[in-house]
Design a protein around this ligand. Structure first.
Ligand SMILES: NC(=O)c1ccc[n+]([C@@H]2O[C@H](COP(=O)([O-])OP(=O)(O)OC[C@H]3O[C@@H](n4cnc5c(N)ncnc54)[C@H](O)[C@@H]3O)[C@@H](O)[C@H]2O)c1
Length: 286
């Protein structure tokens, strides 16, 4: 068993995008000091803006114990990787690209003492392949937060080929300190969630493209008929059609034809209709 730190105070978050800013926010809300790093100052600022918006929304619903300003002040923004050197645990949430993540993990491995756990928030990439870029793959684990991080209760802990049991246990404990509930997956493509979600989304898109029902009826049918909170076309729009396509392509490559992305998903992404974030996906947004 590797030795991991008993006390986890300071959290490093690499990437200040949708997920990184959310992870920094929930860690700070739980009382941790956080260092959030992106590659450009304006990207760090964008992360703080997203955090401020989310904290204000939570505050207006009386969902915060501390003042939003107090929570925000627990987070230090930086573009300097070395600023993470004093962290007790680091969560990576940079772009979903294996080469970028491997290069970053090699740098984190050099920078951080060996009792610091290095976690990745990847949705579909192999934890084992990311860990192999380090000298100590036993300290690398998947902590897969869901979007939006502040709202979603679940966190998937993903165990790589060489992840040590003490590291897996610490990942569960850390997520629980953020008031999340965890489950565990082996490091197989898509883990539990995306392996099952992506074919479901693609089948919803195909059903629409093949004229089985209107998009509204497909969504309503799945909501009322199977008790899910959002039908596949609405959920795909929320996730981002480009994100869905990228995840489906990775799974298709690893698991074969049953994961083939729907034709209409590709065409929508080619047309620049990426869902809620671009204003148009299967539906239109204000
Ligand atoms: N968006 C989702 O719904 C979702 C859900 C679960 C997991 N994920 C995973 O989380 C990760 C991040 O996704 P996102 O949606 O937040 O992406 P995003 O594009 O919003 O943010 C990624 C950020 O990483 C930054 N970045 C790139 N290289 C960097 C580096 N070397 N150091 C520091 N920052 C760097 C980019 O500048 C960008 O700000 C991906 O692995 C993704 O698969 C995403």
């Amino acid at each position: 068993m590797v030795r991991v730190r008993e006390t986890i105070d300071r959290i490093g978050v690499v990437g200040a995008g949708t997920m990184g800013s959310g992870i920094a926010q929930v860690a700070a809300t739980a009382g941790h000091d956080v260092v959030m790093r992106d590659i450009e100052p304006d990207l760090v600022e964008r992360g703080f803006d997203a955090m401020t918006d989310s904290l204000e929304r939570l505050e207006s619903r009386d969902a915060l114990e501390d003042d939003p300003d107090v929570i925000r002040e627990r987070v230090a923004g930086t573009t300097d990787l070395e600023a993470l050197a004093e962290c007790d645990l680091v969560v990576e949430a940079v772009v979903e690209n294996l080469d970028v993540k491997r290069e970053l993990f090699a740098d984190l491995d050099d920078l951080l003492p060996e009792d610091v756990v290095l976690a990745t928030n990847t949705s579909t990439l192999s934890i084992t392949a990311i860990a192999a870029a380090t000298e100590a793959p036993e300290r690398v684990v998947g902590i897969h937060f869901m979007n939006p991080v502040a709202i979603m209760e679940g966190v998937e802990i993903v165990v790589g080929e060489k992840t040590d049991d003490a590291v897996t246990a610490l990942a569960h404990e850390f997520a629980e300190t953020l008031e999340k509930t965890t489950w565990e997956s082996d490091d197989k493509p898509g883990f539990v969630t995306n392996r099952i979600l992506m074919p479901w989304l693609n089948e919803g898109i195909r059903a629409y493209d093949e004229g089985v029902a209107s998009k509204e009826d497909i969504d309503r049918g799945m909501e009322l008929g199977t008790n899910v909170p959002m039908g596949p076309l609405t959920l795909a729009d929320h996730i981002g059609l480009d994100v869905c396509l990228h995840a489906s392509e990775t799974l298709h490559e690893e698991l074969g034809d049953r994961y083939k992305p729907a034709y209409l998903l590709k065409r929508k992404v080619q047309a620049g209709d990426l869902g809620k974030k671009s204003g148009v996906g299967f539906y239109e947004y204000e």
